[in-house]
Write a protein of this length. Structure first.
Length: 242
């Protein structure tokens, strides 16, 4: 079955867009760059480590790999592993993994990492000439990155459970911190010492908390609770872990 018979956009553009020719290759590469640039711009605008150029390169590499695979198959040759579509997706995943950790040894950039992987898949679909699938993937990815965070933030603020990165000036301050959060109506569910800061002069922990006070549940957001804890004189740094 020909591609233009199964892809709505290809059928609208004409048979040339579904075939391998100079025009269709240029169109696929151009759309791959434009769509990836929109996703990359969204990430850059929020100051994420992987931005415009990274997303464009991942999508472009995936599109180029798929086009190369198609041309090799047309001439009865096996795709080279170094340029195969699977290899490019693996490279996208490695690139994504490189943005997962920040200087405080927290997992960050997970959304951007998955976004890079999906951008690679989007590039593969575009390289294969699946225009409709590519646009659907693009719309879903852009909505997930740009529109859903406000909903996610609202849901997180409604949750009674959250996790913090806590840096105390001295290890002996932990008892005072625990007593303070209990008075506020917050339970400590789990506490893990971060040995990476052993010689830093700080006492660093990852703390899981549950809001048990009815008043806090009703009126206080996580950011307000953390701001209150930040004012404690023995707290060097505190932030919520996403």
């Amino acid at each position: 079955m020909k591609l233009q018979n199964v892809d709505l956009i290809a059928s609208l553009l004409g048979g040339w867009s579904a075939e391998l020719n100079t025009g269709s290759v240029l169109l696929r590469i151009l759309l791959s760059v434009i769509l990836a640039a929109v996703i990359g711009w969204e990430r850059s605008s929020k100051r994420h480590s992987a931005g415009l150029r990274t997303f464009i390169l991942v999508s472009l590499a995936s599109t180029a790999a798929m086009l190369t695979d198609l041309y090799l198959l047309r001439f009865g040759l096996e795709p080279f592993p170094a340029v195969s579509a699977a290899a490019v997706i693996g490279a996208a995943m490695i690139s994504g993994n490189s943005v997962l950790f920040n200087s405080r040894s927290q997992i960050k950039g997970l959304t951007t990492s998955v976004g890079l992987w999906l951008c690679g898949l989007m590039g593969l679909a575009m390289g294969a000439g699946l225009y409709t699938v590519t646009l659907i993937l693009f719309a879903a990815l852009f909505a997930s990155l740009s529109l859903f965070p406000s909903i996610e933030k609202y849901l997180k603020d409604q949750s009674n459970h959250f996790e913090i990165h806590l840096e105390l000036k001295n290890r002996g301050d932990l008892q005072d911190f625990a007593a303070t959060v209990r008075r506020l109506g917050i339970c400590i569910d789990d506490l893990e010492f971060n040995s990476a800061y052993l010689n830093s002069g700080l006492s660093v922990y990852t703390v899981s908390l549950t809001v048990s006070s009815a008043e806090l549940k009703k009126y206080k957001k996580h950011s307000e609770i953390i701001e209150a804890l930040r004012s404690l004189e023995y707290v060097s740094h505190i932030e919520e872990i996403s």
